[in-house]
Design a protein around this ligand. Structure first.
Ligand code: ADP
Ligand code: MG
Length: 329
């Protein structure tokens, strides 16, 4: 059974950056306004995330890392709605099958916190009282310690670190009210640092440098009729921005995803309107009814598809074209 669990876990948690993505989403779900990350060896030795969210109640600690334990679903209809975004209650459980997990947490109004360790879905011993502040710290150590082939496939920790930084950078743009930081263990300086309480544009400035945000155009479109609902907000690069490749940061219902057809469709518009700046920078946040979103094949697939995809892509193309023509006058 443990081999089966380990294989399943390795599909949910593919590399340090995918573990971090789940941890970040949990911190955001917990209402955190400050999220700090420390990483050792690209996350293979250590991923430590500290948030000031609502914490985890003492009585929830024993089952925290059992599969399908989630505090986020209460009714069956909820399950149907959110399960389209994937593996509810599987992230922490999965991590315990391929790493050592330690959770330190304190809820509002407590005088001390608790620390608990987990392995193979089970809490080891009892939670130990400890000094803490409100919020949660999770340490994921020695990722894939028991999956030799997987561990060996990560030749370059600095590659993995770059992916971790990339994920945090993107979430910090989608969540500008939250202050994020990320650094390597032992470093004084952070590699990502956003102020919190700010706008997406300011977060882009903090993460990608002031130059990028100067070249950006705000973009918005929406549809709300009997057959279809969506909202899109974001920023796209103007004629002055040039790069060797397209940067596409796409969130659907606050989850970081890929959508190759949408990316291609936008590149087509750039090639037509701004042939000299045809590798754009794109940040888009799309809201759809959750039941319209399908993370196909496997819940961890980042590639997403959704209902009425063609008409949504067309609407976005039109909006992009209008803004580019407008700004290029
Ligand atoms: P899910 O997010 O799908 O519910 P996870 O395995 O990611 O499943 O997390 C399991 C549960 O652990 C969550 O439902 C939540 O109750 C709790 N949890 C995890 N991380 C945090 C956190 N940083 N702050 C508060 N609660 C957390
Ligand atoms: Mg989660």
């Amino acid at each position: 059974e443990s081999v089966v669990n380990r294989i399943a876990a390795g599909e949910v948690i593919q590399r340090p950056a995918s573990a971090l993505k789940e941890l970040l989403e949990n911190s955001l779900d917990a209402g955190a306004t400050v999220v700090s990350v420390i990483v050792k060896d690209g996350g293979l030795k250590l991923i430590q995330i500290t948030d000031n969210g609502h914490g985890i109640r003492y009585e929830d600690l024993p089952i925290l890392c059992e599969r399908h334990t989630t505090s986020k679903i209460t009714a069956f209809e909820d399950l149907q709605k959110v399960s389209t975004l994937g593996f509810r209650g599987e992230a922490l459980a999965s991590m315990t099958f391929v790493a050592h997990l330690t959770v330190t947490t304190m809820t509002e109004g407590q005088t001390h916190g608790y620390r608990a360790s987990y392995k193979d879905g089970v809490m080891e011993g009892d939670p130990r009282p400890c000094a803490a502040v409100k919020g949660t710290q999770i340490m994921v150590e020695n990722l894939f310690y028991n999956v030799t082939a997987r561990r060996k496939s990560f030749k370059n920790p600095s590659d993995e670190y770059a992916r971790v930084v990339d994920v945090i950078s993107k979430y910090s743009i989608q969540n500008p009210k939250v202050g994020f930081s990320c650094k390597k263990f032992g470093d004084a300086r952070a590699d990502v640092q956003t102020p919190g309480n700010t706008s997406s544009l300011e977060a882009i400035r903090a993460v990608y440098g002031p130059g990028t945000s100067r070249e950006l155009i705000e973009i918005k479109t929406s549809k709300n009729d009997s057959s279809d609902f969506f909202e899109m907000n974001g920023y796209i690069s103007s004629a002055n921005y040039s790069a060797k490749r397209t940067t596409m940061i796409l969130f659907i219902n606050d989850r970081l995803v890929d959508c190759a057809p949408l990316k291609r469709a936008i590149e087509v518009v750039y090639a037509a309107v701004l042939p000299k700046a045809s590798k754009p920078y794109i940040y888009m946040s799309i809201r759809l009814p959750p039941e319209h979103v399908d993370v196909n094949v496997h819940p961890t697939k980042k590639e997403v598809s959704f209902l009425n995809q063609e008409s949504l892509i067309e609407a976005i193309q039109t909006a992009v074209e209008q803004e580019l023509l407008q700004s290029n006058k």
